[in-house]
Design a protein around this ligand. Structure first.
Ligand code: HEM
Length: 431
């Protein structure tokens, strides 16, 4: 990244007008066309509005994005330094109250510097001790159980009944939580995000469930995620342990849901894609990678904030300016992409797992769960999208991309023709 201290006139966020709305980049039928327009006009970093009248910088270039994410001394996650506080930019219905909060958030994903360096090792330790074969077996069992519930019906919504359920069931077992507790946690986390500033009762309930579970896991000496966190010395108190367990669970369930659902959309709606898998030339892993390259699950990362004035690509990023990494745009940067889809096979240079201090600690575990969820479904049922593939309804979040619904039909097991292999079984992956 070409970041340098300001030395001459450079464009400031406040100088820009008629900024593109961030949601336009994620809801556009052809997001790449929008990014291309921004790239042509602005280069590797463009001014956008997070919501109307709430300006931010959007990083479009792959190398600029990596440089920014790695430079966590200049770009931090603490939104209390946002220079828009007090300007009355957020209306009562804004969804940005939490993203641009005035008080620093206490969790791992929002911590910076020494605090993040203290909170991150317990997460790595807790995730490292997970046996991938066991995680695979748990995933397979739970996926099978969910498919059992709808296979006789001949139709299902693969988001509500599968992709959104598998992750929290798997995580609940890996966390040592009861499924009902895990489900409640997921509901609360989502509601807190949507409720913005007015979420005190929900936050209290969340804290109570998770701190209780941490104490329970310590008492029992469990070796699951909560058990490892419950005795880790890096924490100052149990509230930090509880917040970290919540952060892991929330990060995993949302991201896995989107990855599983997106892969199913591609397989079911793009004949080129499904034929390549059924023809045996691509493995499910290649399909998962292609999803992240083509239509990543997290098109934009939560904003960072500049701690000092810095010039990037002729733009003056002022102290407190929000800076958002557009993962989708960075993955489609012409400098790292070609027109040949085979170039993406085996290539994992995408930014879908982030970079720098906050990079995802669980790309392997995430892949195990997603791979099994997609494979089990395709192996068990011959599903067809119920409706026009071009009319799949997408959720409206600028941060996550996933279908709101995925209605499918399939012959019930007795009617099914002898199964045609949907992907190669000759060399099973090492789970
Ligand atoms: C078992 C599954 C997963 C777990 C337990 C998990 C956990 C986490 C945690 C705890 C963080 C915060 C790290 C920190 O701030 O230091 C994180 C970050 C991240 N995760 Fe994951 N994750 C999972 C799956 C995924 C998947 C499937 C994706 C996308 C395909 C993903 C993408 C990301 C990204 C992009 C970040 C960085 C966010 C940022 O820098 O703003 N994760 N993950």
């Amino acid at each position: 990244m070409t970041a340098s201290p300001p030395s001459g006139p450079a464009l400031r966020l406040g100088d820009t007008t008629a900024r593109t709305l961030l949601a336009e980049t994620t809801s556009a039928a052809d997001a790449n066309a929008v990014y291309e327009r921004l790239r042509t006009r602005w280069g590797s970093i463009a001014p956008v509005d997070l919501e109307p009248g709430v300006p931010a910088w959007l990083v479009l270039g792959h190398s600029a994005a990596v440089g920014m994410l790695r430079d966590d001394r200049t770009f931090i996650k603490d939104p209390s330094i946002w220079n828009g506080h007090g300007a009355g930019l957020l209306g009562p219905t804004s969804t940005l109250h939490l993203v641009l909060a005035k008080t620093p958030k206490p969790t791992l994903a929002d911590a910076d510097g020494p605090k993040h360096a203290r909170l991150r090792p317990p997460v790595d330790d807790a995730l490292e001790q997970i046996d991938e074969a066991r995680a695979g077996a748990i995933s397979r069992r739970l996926c099978g159980m969910l498919i059992d519930r709808f296979e006789d019906r001949g139709r299902a919504d693969l988001v509500a009944e599968y992709a959104a359920v598998v992750p929290f069931l798997v995580l609940s077992e890996l966390d040592g939580l009861e499924p009902t507790q895990a489900q409640r946690l997921q509901e609360i986390t989502r509601a807190i995000f949507e409720a913005g500033a007015d979420a005190r009762a929900l936050t209290d309930e969340l804290r109570e469930i998770v701190t209780g579970h941490i104490a329970y896991s310590r008492e029992r000496g469990t070796r699951d995620i909560a058990g490892v966190l419950s005795v880790h010395d890096n924490f100052e108190h149990d509230l930090e342990r509880a917040q970290t367990l919540t952060a892991i669970t929330a990060a995993a369930t949302e991201a896995l849901m989107a990855w599983i659902a997106q892969t199913l959309v591609l397989v079911l709606s793009d004949p080129r894609f499904s034929h390549r898998i059924s023809g045996g030339r691509l493995h499910i892993d290649d399909a998962l990678d292609e999803v992240l390259w083509r239509s990543t699950t997290n098109p934009n990362l939560m904003p960072r904030f500049a701690v000092r004035d810095t010039v990037i690509d002729g733009k003056l990023i002022q102290r407190g300016d929000p800076v958002v990494v557009a993962v989708h745009a960075a993955n489609h940067d012409p400098l790292v992409q070609s027109d040949d889809p085979w170039d993406t096979v085996g290539n994992r240079a995408y930014l879908s797992f982030g970079a720098g201090a906050h990079r995802c600690p669980a790309p392997r575990l995430g892949r195990v769960v997603s791979r099994i969820a997609v494979a089990e479904l395709l192996q068990r049922l011959q599903v067809t999208l119920d409706g026009d593939p071009d009319k799949v309804e997408w959720a409206t979040s600028p941060w996550m991309r996933f279908p709101a619904r995925l209605p499918v039909t399939f012959p019930s097991p007795r009617e099914q023709a002898p199964p045609r292999p949907l992907f190669p079984t000759t060399a099973p992956p090492a789970y």
